[in-house]
Design a protein around this ligand. Structure first.
Ligand code: PLP
Length: 373
């Protein structure tokens, strides 16, 4: 027992000494939100909340729980209908719902690869993708972030089919791989792609289908409902036989209580609401254009992205935390992203654009930021 106590104590202490200790903080609603993943403002929208409440009222069956895992007592008509609706909406043969994107990625990647099958993943992939790959028996190889030349070098050297794993919009950088080149490489080397659309779905592609839907080498896609869709949950979009395989072999799917009808109603409400109300998306796309032009003017040395996520590199955990705190005092909620979430010396402010931000907020933000750097 002492060894566990000592381990926990010394690891936490070390974190603190390294300036990397994390703690839970409540969000301050009075700040200008330049940090949440609530891209379309649905999380904070009374209109969407009321829409959701009406959907709940209209639902005839009890909504609280599922009563068991999907394979035992927790499967029901509505969750299957919703999966069909999600599949249709995102142009997929099938969809399988998971409680979160983390579980979806882990549940997919941990089980689909034969032993020693080569999996080549972008070095900046989200922890949930890496965790799934880590848990698998695959041969794990990383390629340099968005570097298609490096990816090809690895594929060529392997000279055997492989699976390429990427995000379509990277969560901490906001940039995207050249999916066309990646798809061509997958074709050339008889390989497949797994694409995480967490930060693209609901925003990019027709009706928010994401960026990878059109590419034939994409074998499975992850979409999440906790970001642009303002609720929570996720789904894997894949062929029917892959869904059948996951139902049989994906341990996070099999050994976990099925999502409740309440959870499913919130996902359906988010899908319906975003199809009925296109204004938040228009406003978000407009705001991305605005912040890009301000970015280019104010920080020409930084690469701006085409997504809702921008970054300013401020090396050092302490420095970036200090800047974020000063910005908070000026009225802006902007997150410092620290090592080890990002590589050392790549610590950054992650600036997130929303539908509800204004040009004036961006201008004031850049003005405050410039004074601090
Ligand atoms: C790229 C990416 N994939 C997956 C996830 C996990 O999704 P969820 O928050 O629904 O667990 C995240 C969350 O931040 C993410 O950024």
């Amino acid at each position: 027992m002492n060894s566990i106590r000592d381990f926990i104590h010394s690891k936490t202490k070390q974190r603190e000494q390294d300036g990397m200790l994390r703690s839970l903080k409540k969000t301050n609603p009075t700040l200008n939100d330049l940090s949440s993943n609530d891209y379309l403002g649905l999380k904070g929208s009374y209109e969407f909340s009321n829409f959701l409440k009406r959907k709940i009222q209209e639902f005839d069956d009890p909504i609280s729980g599922s009563g068991g895992s999907r394979l035992l007592t927790g499967n029901y008509e509505y969750i299957e209908q919703l999966e069909e609706k999600i599949a249709k909406h995102f142009t997929s043969e099938a969809a399988i719902i998971f409680p979160s994107g983390y579980q979806a990625n882990m549940g997919l990647l941990s089980c689909i690869f034969p032993r020693n099958f080569p999996v080549i993943f972008d070095e900046y992939c989200h922890a949930s993708l890496k965790e799934g790959i880590r848990m698998s028996f695959a041969r794990k190889i990383s390629f340099r972030h968005n570097d298609m030349n490096h990816l090809e070098k690895i594929l060529k050297k392997l000279n055997t089919p492989a699976c390429i794993v990427t995000e379509t919009v990277f969560s901490m950088d906001g940039d995207s791989p050249c999916l066309k080149t990646m798809n061509n490489l997958a074709q050339k080397y008889d390989s497949i792609i797994v694409a995480d659309e967490a930060h693209a779905c609901g925003i990019f592609g027709m009706n928010g289908k994401g960026l990878s839907v059109e590419f034939d080498r994409v074998f499975a896609r992850t979409i999440t409902f906790g970001k642009a869709y303002g609720v929570m949950g996720a789904a894997i979009l894949c062929p029917k036989h892959v869904k059948e395989f996951l139902v049989n072999f994906s341990r996070p799917f099999i050994y976990s209580t099925a999502p409740s009808p309440l959870f499913c109603i919130s996902i359906e409400a988010a899908l319906d609401y975003t199809m009925l109300h296109r204004e938040p998306l228009q406003a978000l796309l407009e705001n991305i254009k605005i912040i890009k032009s301000l970015f280019i003017k104010e920080f020409p040395q930084e690469n701006c992205t085409n997504s809702a996520i921008q970054k300013i590199i401020i090396p050092g955990n302490e420095k970036v935390k200090k800047v974020a705190l000063a910005l908070e005092n000026d009225g802006f909620a902007v997150l410092p992203v620290l090592y080890p979430t990002v590589p050392s010396n790549q610590e950054r402010l992650r600036i997130v654009v929303h539908s509800f931000n204004t040009e004036e907020i961006f201008k004031n933000f850049f003005c405050s930021l410039k004074k601090l750097l």
